[in-house]
Design a protein around this ligand. Sequence first.
Ligand code: NAI
Length: 303
Amino acid sequence: VKGKAKKAGKIAKKVESGAVIGAGIMGGGIAYQSARKGVPVVMKDIAQPALELGLNEAAKLLSKQVERGRMKPSAMAGVLNSIVPSLDYEAIKHADIAVEAVVENEKVKGIVLAEVEQTMKEDAILTSNTSTISITRLAEKLQRPENFCGMHFFNPVHRMPLVEIIRGEKSSDEAIATTVAYAAKMGKTPIVVNDCPGFFVNRVLFPYFFGFNMLLRDGADFQQVDKIMSKQFGWPMGPAYLLDVVGIDTGHHAVEVMAEGFPTRMGKTFRSALDVMFDAGRYGQKNGKGFFQYAPDRKGKPK
Ligand code: NAI
């Protein structure tokens, strides 16, 4: 991957400033990571509280870096100031690359991507952090589909090394190379994958959620499953907590996409546990209640 990232660097466009559209769990994390690694970003949202939450989160992460001696206290303000919150598009017009990270809804993403494309410079690269929506289909709404590809981070962004770069049918090599180089600059490990339901990681992860769901249907206690998978088996977290971190709404939608993409492998029975949670408005950490309960700042271990 390192070799590929180096090669990509040769045809990649320069990325000196970025834009992140959507300041939620992912957008906030992406903005932080970009700024932390020296690429200033504009963080755009439609809601002021979301911008504040995103900035507070970045400030907390930076304080931790200082506490651990990984960053000089004097550098913290500079990094924080390089995340510019904005409620309008004007501020993103000079960005070299944009990462769209708004809600996982194809219609909303279609509108937002078209608006971003209209605002940005002609040669800017536009990417989407979608977990499930086809990059080729999203590109159909764009004037310059060749400048567009997927850039799929994982949660929490500052900790997870992998970024999937998704090549849509019309994505140019230049767009892919620029996005690979940007991911590498952010300290991440990029892999380039073709466009298909679930890309790479979710094709591996969702059969695991499928198995978890089957255990629940067979009467297992989700807390016990979580404890075994984390404490005893040794993974960083169990499936219920992982789904809470990802967001039950996001997971619920992803299940539908995977079931549609792979009907014989991940058909309807997969849905039930997430359906129940989703219908009950339990979206996970983001609204304080999922499988577990959380503090109002949507962070921390389950109660
Ligand atoms: P979220 O619900 O935490 O944040 C979405 C943000 O988008 C909110 O702050 C909302 O105000 C903002 N927004 C909505 N419409 C907007 C618009 N028109 N313009 C600007 N901002 C707008 O969602 P989350 O979890 O951050 O997910 C964002 C994207 O990242 C989704 O596509 C999701 O599938 C993807 N993703 C999520 C992961 C996760 O673990 N949550 C992991 C990887 C990808």
